[in-house]
Design a protein around this ligand. Structure first.
Ligand SMILES: Cc1cc2nc3c(=O)[nH]c(=O)nc-3n(C[C@H](O)[C@H](O)[C@H](O)COP(=O)(O)OP(=O)(O)OC[C@H]3O[C@@H](n4cnc5c(N)ncnc54)[C@H](O)[C@@H]3O)c2cc1C
Length: 462
């Protein structure tokens, strides 16, 4: 451990908090409130805005934009639903103002919740200074705070690979794409993962000509291949061009250079959006002072979210595990419970994964590809979403797909859906996967009619 002389004149001796939390994204802010509700004293540090990436440049703003894009599509295609609307247009300026208003309102709600539960919010960058016995010293602003336990929740940032000529040409990450003031005529999206495809959906819905370059041979990363193919086909119908198994090699004379097994290609796009993944933010946190163990650039934890340092926990994107807001929140609860002496292990078996593109994708549990790789025998049950009356009512000329994977005994191992609004109907599937429910058990519940969720019962009984 590195020794450091502590400037005792700045130490806030008044209080030794039960928990100090660094980072007020969904992981940090939710665990702060949860811990405070349990009667623990909590200090929470945030260097930017409460709500973190999720509220300010991730989950929430993307969905605000996608919602308007979805309404725009519906209004433009009103004829399908017996409506006639002329001159349908989307005012980007007003959309951005609405987005800001939403973020402000939700941010204020988080602050109010923290305040109501007496969480001490320190709006400054924090770093670990060291440990004196079992007590952590944390520097923030001009002060040093003391805590019996510390939870690190500093999140992640966009990873931009070193592509020759890219920086000179200029590029967007999600952050810039969310602040767009004027729609480009054309856009190249590098990376067809979840975030990339949500932007593909937004921009293509508004008439931008979109090309997508992806290294893998499919879109949507780890999402079930059959579902991913449905999404790709839906976007191809809308005119989006996909270059799969293709590697970007550079940007030259305003053109994106790429290569695949057929040779080299050049693409023209007014803007380039880079969306190839995110990496944990570990720098400047003082991790080296406590010799905190990292694994592939992220903080390593056990199933209670403990790091290798006693009393020090890490949650959310910083751990590089699942990079989703709801995972961060759950990991925070696990960490706080462990601090309180309750040993509940984190499980990643039933983490829902949603892609809020149009059509939406919702998924939980294992995919066919994962089961095959593990050599697990499985049964596939699938039906088009059009087996739900409500889906037919709301989705003219769209089929969708609902697929449930079980073991030989009928225990549900994975549920994968494509079609609107599958995000809202996934929760019973999450419960089924988490609780090891069988198809028979799932089909024994009474599902309200007519709802899209009924599709789960239909598949279970098929
Ligand atoms: C475009 C986009 C769309 C997304 N959509 C979804 C979605 O629909 N659903 C979903 O589940 N996930 C989504 N995600 C992922 C989600 O945003 C993250 O998984 C989630 O925000 C992680 O939460 P976190 O608490 O770990 O970290 P973050 O939300 O990143 O918060 C970390 C906080 O720590 C602060 N911080 C960092 N260092 C310090 C320091 N030294 N001192 C004080 N404060 C510090 C940061 O300022 C930040 O506010 C999306 C991400 C992006 C980029």
């Amino acid at each position: 451990m590195t020794n450091k002389i502590i400037n005792t004149s700045k130490i806030n001796y008044a209080m030794i908090y039960d928990i100090a939390i660094i980072g007020a994204g969904p992981g940090g802010a939710d665990s702060a409130e949860f811990a405070a509700r349990q009667g623990l004293s909590v200090v929470l540090f945030e260097k930017n805005k409460v709500g973190g990436v999720c509220l300010n440049e991730g989950c929430v703003p993307t969905k605000a934009l996608l919602h308007s894009a979805h309404l725009y599509t519906h209004a433009s295609q009103g004829k399908k639903y017996a409506l006639s609307a002329s001159n349908v247009s989307l005012d980007l300026g007003k959309l951005m103002s609405r987005k800001k208003k939403i973020l402000k309102k939700l941010g204020a709600g988080i602050k109010l919740g923290l305040n109501n539960h007496n969480v001490k919010l320190v709006e400054a960058e924090a770093r670990l200074q060291g440990k004196e016995g079992d007590i952590f010293n944390i520097e923030a602003g001009e002060e040093v705070y003391k805590a019996k336990h510390t939870i690190l929740a500093t999140g992640s940032e966009a990873f931009v690979p070193p592509i020759e000529g890219l920086a000179d040409y200029g590029y967007w990450t999600a952050r810039e794409a969310l602040e767009v003031e004027e729609l480009p005529e054309s856009l190249i999206v590098i990376g067809a993962g979840v975030i990339g495809m949500e932007f593909v959906s937004f921009f293509s819905s508004l008439g931008v000509s979109v090309s997508v370059v992806e290294m893998q041979d499919k879109v949507l990363g780890a999402i079930d291949r059959e579902i991913a193919l449905e999404v790709q086909k839906a976007f191809e119908k809308k005119g989006v061009k996909f270059y799969l198994s293709t590697r970007v090699t550079g940007v030259k004379d305003g053109r994106l250079q790429a290569e695949n097994s057929e040779g080299t290609l050049e693409l023209e796009g007014e803007k380039i959006l880079v969306s190839v993944g995110r990496r944990a933010i570990t720098r400047g946190l003082g991790l080296d002072r406590l010799e905190v163990a990292l694994s592939r650039g992220a903080v390593q934890t056990d199933s209670y979210m403990q790091t290798n340092v006693k009393g020090l926990y890490a949650i959310g994107d910083l751990t590089g595990q699942s990079m989703l807001a709801h995972t961060a929140t759950r990991e925070g609860v696990i960490a706080v419970k462990h601090i309180m002496g309750q040993k509940e292990e984190m499980s990643y078996q039933a983490i829902p994964g949603i892609v809020y593109c149009d059509p939406e994708v919702a998924s939980v549990g294992q995919t066919e590809e994962e089961l095959q790789a593990k050599g697990i025998d499985y049964i596939v049950k699938k039906v088009p979403m059009t087996m739900s009356g409500r889906f037919v009512i709301e989705n003219e000329m769209v089929n969708g797909l609902c697929k449930i994977l079980t073991d030989k005994a009928g225990v549900i191992l994975g549920v994968h859906l494509v079609g609107n609004t599958s995000s809202e109907i996934l929760v019973p599937a999450v419960m089924a996967v988490q609780d090891g429910m069988t198809l028979e058990q799932l089909s024994s519940y009474v599902f309200p009619h007519p709802t899209i969720a009924e599709i789960l019962r239909v598949v279970a009984m098929s």
